[in-house]
Design a protein around this ligand. Structure first.
Ligand SMILES: [Zn+2]
Length: 135
């Protein structure tokens, strides 16, 4: 019990191997959802094993730990946590910008197509009028 003990306020065990879950591991939902259910509790080793089994990799995992003297950077203070959140928000904003660019491009393309159609309709109308005159 002493060599593998969960912090008292964080008494969780890994559902795969049954060992204490002492290192909180965060990975993107799109990867997590391919190896586990949202409510699953898995230690870092078992997450790694599931990734290997599924043929996936993840190089952006974040680890959280807070002992009496040892703390991971993201548990180090609110400013670190806020920095991580800000980073995620900036990434989301960048993606939103890409979607806007895509929407603008689509709008320009639709305008081009509409102009082309109008030009063709005008040509067809002129052609029809010419033929009416010829007969
Ligand atoms: Zn485990």
């Amino acid at each position: 019990m002493t060599d593998n003990r969960t912090r008292p306020e964080y008494d969780l065990t890994c559902q795969d191997c049954g060992k204490a879950h002492i290192l909180d591991t965060s990975l993107p939902s799109e990867i997590w959802n391919q190896i586990a259910k949202p409510e699953d509790v898995l230690c870092a080793l078992c997450i790694d094993a599931r990734l290997v089994k599924t043929g996936l990799t993840c190089d952006v995992a974040e680890f959280y730990f807070s002992g009496q003297a040892l703390k991971s950077r993201l548990y180090g203070g609110a400013s670190n946590f806020e920095a991580a959140l800000r980073q995620r928000a900036e990434a989301a904003e960048e993606r939103a910008g890409l979607f806007e660019d895509l929407a603008d491009g689509r709008q320009a393309l639709m305008a081009d197509i509409a102009a082309e159609r109008d030009a063709l309709l005008a040509l067809a109308a002129a052609d029809a009028a010419g033929k009416r005159r010829e007969t």
